[in-house]
Structures are given as structure tokens and as C-alpha cells.
Design a protein around this ligand. Structure first.
Ligand SMILES: Nc1ncnc2c1ncn2[C@@H]1O[C@H](COP(=O)(O)OP(=O)(O)OP(=O)(O)O)[C@@H](O)[C@H]1O
Length: 238
């Protein structure tokens, strides 16, 4: 694939005798937003953990710009350009927004003025001196994205970025993904909200029972009878 920055190749994961992922292969191009959707238990969290290095696959490889990073720690992956945000907010209550931005770049990727610019772009400049526990849930999630961006990633993994957000916060997140990330870095977004998927993604891959069930443009995938069937009876869109 042209311009591909990230790929998982033939990834499988066994938990004892249970196969959570079965021969999953997919790639992300520079500037592309790839959404991964799937019903409960499809293997999305397992996939996120393997991509970010929480644990390794039973088989298969994880490649960043063609280099095999399958055995690398999460920290080493971040240093090489693979960053992530978390499904559950992972900030330190008493610390300020600015301190979090500094913490994100302990390795020294961004300069002070670049971090200030990032906060400005994300609409958080006025909140720099505030302790993070005084921010709204939406702003906390946006700060996490700013922290991930501060590491200057080549690939960014967004794990349910709009979970728990109000409609207005979700709209802000959609705008940031489209304006700030799309076209600039490779993005993998795990998302349950189909409206977010259609508004942000270039391509969608559907996981079901640990395997790729469908892949293509958001319009084509969401029209696919197989995908409709997978989601039948799952009103939350999981
Ligand atoms: N550590 C583990 N040990 C045993 N089975 C596991 C483990 N982690 C996940 N599984 C199983 O693997 C399957 C996939 O789980 P996973 O959490 O990856 O799915 P998911 O798509 O993220 O689901 P959800 O949308 O509900 O979070 C599930 O059947 C789950 O019970």
C-alpha cells in the first residue's frame, strides 16, 4: 500500500484455548483515518493492546514504517512515533494542563512554544494553568489527544475518543480529528458511535469474533448486509 505508515500482519491472539484475534491484517496510510468497529467481544481491546504493546500477539507482526516493532515496549513505540489515547481518562488530578503537556514529552520531542501552540489549536490555551480535575470530561479527553500529539506521532491510536462526551464535546472532537489529524498523521480510531465514524474516517474495518469481517469506505461498509446483521440487536452500536 502506498504511503503506508503502520501495519499489522497476520496477528492472532490466544488467551489459553480461546482465540480472541484470528489472523488480522490491516494497514494505515499517512494522513488516513481508519476506524475499527465491531460488536462487543469482537477483539477491539485486544487489538488496541497488541498495537500499543501492552502484550504481544501469539502470532503475527506489528510494523511501524516497515520496521518490526512487535517486541517493543509501549514507551519505545511512543518514541518511534506510535502514540495512543486511552479509553478511560488517565490524567493526574492535581497537576495542571501545562504540566501534563510537559510530562507527555519527557523525551523532549516538542519545544515549549510548540506545546503552547498545540494547546491553542485544541482550544485549551486558557486552561494551561488549571489543574486537570477542574476541566470538563470533554476537555480532559482533548488534553489527552494534545499530549499524544505533542510526541509528534506518525500514527495515533484513539481508543473511543468520544466515550462519555456530550453532543457538543463530541462535535469538537470530530472537528479536531478532521482538522488537526486527518491528512497529517495516520490515525486508527476505535469507535462505537457510527456518526463519529462516518464523519471522521476514510476507511472502516469491521472486526467480528476476532477476524476482519469487512473493510472499505464508511458508506460501503455500513451498507453491507453482513455488517447490518452483526449490529442487529445491538442498539448501542457496539
Ligand atoms: N485476558 C483475557 N483472558 C481471556 N479472555 C479474554 C481476555 N481478554 C479478552 N478476552 C476475550 O476475548 C474476546 C475479545 O475481547 P475484547 O475485549 O478484545 O473485545 P472488544 O471488541 O474490545 O469488546 P468490547 O466492545 O465489549 O470492549 C472476548 O470474548 C473476551 O472475553
Amino acid at each position: 500500500m502506498d504511503n503506508e505508515v503502520f501495519r499489522v500482519e497476520g496477528v492472532s491472539k490466544m488467551f489459553g484455548a480461546f482465540q480472541a484475534l484470528n489472523d488480522v491484517s490491516l494497514g494505515v496510510r499517512h494522513g488516513e483515518v481508519l476506524a475499527i468497529i465491531g460488536p462487543n467481544g469482537a477483539g477491539k481491546t485486544t487489538f488496541v493492546n497488541i498495537v500499543s504493546g501492552v502484550f504481544g500477539p501469539s502470532r503475527g507482526r506489528v510494523l511501524l514504517e516497515g520496521a518490526d516493532i512487535t517486541a517493543f515496549s509501549p514507551q519505545r513505540r511512543t518514541r518511534l512515533g506510535l502514540s495512543r489515547t486511552f479509553q478511560i481518562t488517565s490524567l493526574f488530578g492535581g497537576m495542571t494542563v501545562a504540566e501534563h503537556m510537559q510530562l507527555a514529552v519527557r523525551g523532549g520531542d516538542t519545544l515549549g512554544h510548540e506545546r503552547a501552540e498545540l494547546l491553542e489549536e485544541m482550544g485549551l490555551a486558557g486552561s494551561a494553568p488549571r489543574p486537570v480535575d477542574t476541566l470538563s470530561h470533554g476537555d480532559q479527553r482533548i488534553l489527552e489527544m494534545a499530549m499524544a500529539m505533542a510526541t509528534k506521532p506518525k500514527v495515533l491510536l484513539l481508543d473511543e475518543p468520544t466515550a462519555g462526551m456530550s453532543v457538543a464535546e463530541t462535535d469538537t472532537m470530530i472537528r479536531l480529528i478532521c482538522d488537526r489529524l486527518r491528512g497529517k498523521v495516520g490515525v486508527i480510531i476505535i469507535e462505537h458511535d457510527m456518526s463519529v465514524v462516518t464523519q471522521t474516517s476514510d476507511r472502516v474495518t469491521v472486526l467480528a469474533a476476532g477476524a476482519v469481517a469487512a473493510s472499505g469506505s464508511p458508506e460501503a461498509v455500513l451498507r453491507d448486509p453482513l455488517v447490518k446483521e452483526l449490529y442487529l440487536g445491538s442498539a448501542a452500536g457496539h
